[in-house]
Design a protein around this ligand. Structure first.
Ligand code: SF4
Ligand code: SF4
Length: 130
């Protein structure tokens, strides 16, 4: 499992919470489980078998991978790399982010992330050129 390769980062997090105030998702939601500290605690519980993948999915997708936590962390822990590894495993297990899946499907079908009819784009182009 890809996440196992990042176990050392999860174990190195000392839950000091220094990164918390710099996390944009924590600022928005005020949920400790959304901070890097919370995410590492959740993933530790997952690796130990105390939580299931479907129970951690929402928190893993609620991260912008902005690296603010890494910049603040005194150990410079690469939390976004851990989150991305967890997301890769979630996708493998059929627990991928529904919105991302929809965007990909739209692109494949219509070459437009919103699933709009490509003819509408041509009409706009014609109008702009008229
Ligand atoms: S990378 Fe994720 S956990 Fe870290 S500060 Fe950004 S949003 Fe928060
Ligand atoms: S990620 Fe770093 S700053 Fe944040 S709680 Fe863990 S050790 Fe502390």
């Amino acid at each position: 499992m890809a996440l196992e390769k990042h176990r050392h980062i999860i174990m190195e997090c000392v839950s000091c919470g220094l990164c918390q105030s710099n996390c944009p998702i924590y600022k928005q939601t005020n949920l400790e489980s959304n901070s890097a500290k919370g995410k590492m605690t959740i993933l530790f519980a997952l690796l130990e078998g105390w939580l299931n993948w479907d129970e951690v999915a929402e928190r893993m997708y609620e991260c912008t991978t902005c690296k603010n936590c890494q910049a603040t962390c005194l150990s410079g822990l690469d939390i976004p790399a851990v989150v991305e590894a967890a997301r890769a495993e979630l996708v493998k297990r059929g627990l991928g982010n529904k919105i991302s899946a929809q965007l990909v499907e739209n692109m494949q079908k219509t070459h437009n992330p919103f699933g709009e009819d490509p003819k509408a784009r041509n009409r706009l182009k014609e109008l702009a050129e008229a």
